[in-house]
Design a binder for this molecule. Structure first.
Ligand code: NIG
Ligand code: FE
Length: 415
């Protein structure tokens, strides 16, 4: 490893430099930094002890042991005082553009009323009635809430508008906060179609026609809720193929509420990710592994709907890449907390703390087909979290505790 001089570059924030020293444990997720004596899950984290990181113009330019770092000049210096530093969390599944809440539905559920896809329509009505300013401020509040907890990249879906205008304005708002925007016009069949002779066919024609025309310029991804009560395999294929023809990359809400064809459709179209994956059979697990589809698990949804958790161990044993995300939405999972999802993955789903952290960072990056995030190595974005803890294990060991002491995004201290 070369010695570098971390001299500063005073001036604009974009050109400024940041040096973090005093890092007790640095999680890099860099495959080049696997320590030979670590068990495989820990080795994958590429841990460096007594480390330092240098970020210039928003990008990591140097990572290594503090003793290797030459020179001290930088616009900003932070002493982590022995803390653990991890890559910023990558939340690859969130529904943040909506209005209203469903606290009453949640309270009823806690008395035994089951969760059903139809609750989405309550939020659709509130979202349609809200002006852009309201949608923007709700989204901004949730993105800020996420950032405070260490999330430096979030994917944001439409899906609570379900008209051409409401879906496209939802995506315009989403695009103000992230480049990872997802067109989810096929969340459920819009309420005004339910009286039609063939509601699904008629609504899919809208989603794949005029609505896609208006939304494609504002989205990177296309998604569909492939589930009983939402869209079947044929409808899901039609939506994904139409989006792909317009340059959108596919991802799928799959096998959440029961067994179904979602995962197979995701594998068939080469989706980046199949999300939820709660009810899988052996063929589904094999399809994910063979097609290289990331399984993005959303334990906040199982927690908040009192459902069985997905079998992460089975997926990992089959060689499937697992990501963790919040699914933040007002119905099934109104949490913005990646640390909570890590804790659930470890405590309830039997992932190791190292596996869960990798899945919440590098795994999320794979789910979004990004190589510049979820890793701390030269060239990566300067996105990281200084924990109020000496080890990443505390993220699961101390559930519910706010452990993000400082959050750096693009080399700027954001929190
Ligand atoms: O991912 N599954 C579909 N969509 C959301 C739930 C949306 C809602 O209930 O409002 C989910 O869990
Ligand atoms: Fe979702």
């Amino acid at each position: 490893m070369g010695r570098v001089s971390a001299t500063g570059n005073p001036g604009s924030a974009a050109g400024s430099s940041l040096v973090i020293t005093g890092i007790g444990e640095l999680v890099t997720n860099d495959p080049g930094r696997r320590r030979p004596h670590d068990p495989p899950d820990l080795a994958r984290l590429g841990i460096v002890r007594d480390a330092a990181v240098v970020i210039e113009a928003g990008r990591v330019v140097w990572v290594g042991e503090r003793s290797e770092l030459d020179g001290a000049g930088a616009d900003v210096r932070i002493d982590a005082e022995g803390a653990s530093v991890v890559p910023g969390f990558v939340d690859a599944h969130a529904h943040l553009v909506f209005a209203g809440d469903r606290a009453a539905e949640f309270a009823a559920r806690m008395t035994g009323v089951p969760y059903a896809a139809g609750g989405i329509r309550t939020t659709v009505a509130a979202t349609r009635a809200a002006d852009d300013r309201t949608l923007r401020s709700t989204t901004a509040r949730l993105v800020a809430e996420m950032l405070r907890q260490g999330t430096t990249t979030v994917e944001i879906k439409s899906g609570y508008g379900l008209t051409t205008l409401d879906e496209s304005r939802s995506l315009v708002v989403a695009g103000e906060f992230t480049t990872e925007t997802t067109f989810l016009g096929a969340h459920v069949v819009a309420p005004e179609f339910t009286a039609a002779l063939d509601p699904v066919a008629d609504y899919v024609a809208l989603v794949t026609g005029e609505m896609l025309d208006a939304c494609a310029p504002h989205a990177r991804w296309v998604d569909v809720f492939c589930e009983r009560g939402a869209f079947d395999a044929d409808a899901a294929r039609a939506v994904l193929r139409a989006g792909m023809a317009r340059g959108l990359a596919p991802r799928v809400h799959a096998n959440q509420l029961g067994p179904g064809p979602g995962v197979q459709v995701a594998a068939e179209v080469g989706a980046a990710s199949a999300d939820h994956c709660t009810h899988l059979d052996d063929a589904d697990v094999a399809a994910l592994a063979d097609a290289g589809v990331v399984a993005t698990l959303l334990p906040g949804a199982e927690l908040s709907t009192r459902s069985p958790y997905p079998d992460a161990r089975r997926l990992l044993a089959a060689g499937v890449t697992v990501a963790l995300a919040t699914d933040c939405n007002p119905g099934s999972s109104y949490t913005s907390s990646m640390p909570l999802c890590i804790a659930l993955a470890v405590i309830a789903m039997r992932m190791t703390p190292a596996e869960a952290l990798w899945s919440a960072t590098a795994g999320g990056a794979r789910s979004l087909r990004r190589e510049d995030i979820g890793v701390l190595a030269p060239g990566a974005r300067g996105d990281l979290v200084i924990l109020d803890a000496p080890s990443h294990v505390h993220l699961a060991y101390r559930p519910g505790v706010p452990l993000a002491r400082r959050v750096v995004r693009g080399g700027i201290t954001a929190v």
